[in-house]
Design a binder for this molecule. Structure first.
Ligand code: URA
Length: 239
């Protein structure tokens, strides 16, 4: 692939800007400055390692499609045009934003935990479509002690105010006093909070700890992001 096309496809700006970056010696490949925009590079990997190039000294992995995870902190909004807090998109580097990666579903401003992003429309659709029933696990802290009756009602299904069809938890377990682990396969607006309200409790704090079979890595600090490996991508999309 031509170096100019590599930079363009990875979100380094318009073609003209990519050519300028290359011409002024800002791009390094294989340890050497590369000033030829038409220089041809093999970006395919035979051993699973991504092709890496440097722009202004910063390493960047080539990915034909972007799949990444972010550990969302509280007080960030998932909207591109946030109303009262910074957007989660500000936690991603500029090339990913230029590449137009989108959050795979949303978390509330006060919810923390795993958020995936991609520029693969089919993947986003599959992950967010209720038909595919990708489970998401939430760690819930409630203001009142959760009772076995509340657990039974969450498992049986509760009716929320926007639809007569009940929504139910795939699993629901009390993990400590006032703490609940809830697995959902749908992603309605404020779903966990509304489900807990429907059984007479209240969510104090909410953290998404798993998507599909992919748990939140313990070494990814709040506010940090990283590329998903192909194995993680598979784990995230299965039931
Ligand atoms: N359910 C909620 O109520 N909020 C979230 O952020 C996610 C699920």
């Amino acid at each position: 692939m031509k170096l100019e096309q590599i930079l363009f496809s990875q979100g380094f700006g318009a073609r003209k800007l990519c050519r300028l970056l290359i011409a002024r010696g800002a791009v390094e490949v294989n340890g050497n400055v590369s000033t030829d925009p038409a220089g041809d590079w093999d970006v395919t990997s035979s051993n699973g390692d991504a092709f890496v190039f440097y722009v202004e000294g910063v390493p960047w992995q080539y990915h034909a499609k972007a799949y990444l995870m972010l550990h969302k902190p509280a007080d960030y909004e998932c909207s591109q045009k946030p109303k009262s807090h910074p957007s989660v998109y500000t936690l991603l580097p500029a090339p990913l934003r230029t590449r137009d990666v989108q959050a795979v579903g949303r978390l509330d401003q006060d919810t923390t935990g795993m958020l995936l992003f991609s520029d693969d429309g089919q993947f986003i659709h599959r992950m967010t479509s209720p038909r595919h029933e990708v489970p998401k696990i939430y760690e819930v802290v409630t203001s009142d002690t959760v009772t076995p009756t509340q657990v039974a009602r969450l498992l049986a299904g509760v009716v929320l105010d926007d639809s007569p069809d009940p929504v139910q938890a795939l699993s629901c377990a009390i993990t400590a006093t006032g703490k609940l682990q809830l697995t959902l396969t749908s992603g309605k607006y404020h779903q966990v909070k509304r489900m807990l309200a429907a059984v007479g409790n209240h969510v104090e704090s909410l953290h998404r700890s798993q998507i599909g079979r992919l748990p939140m890595p313990t070494d990814l600090a709040e506010g940090e992001w990283r590329w998903l490996t192909s194995g993680e991508l598979l784990l995230a999309s299965i039931r």
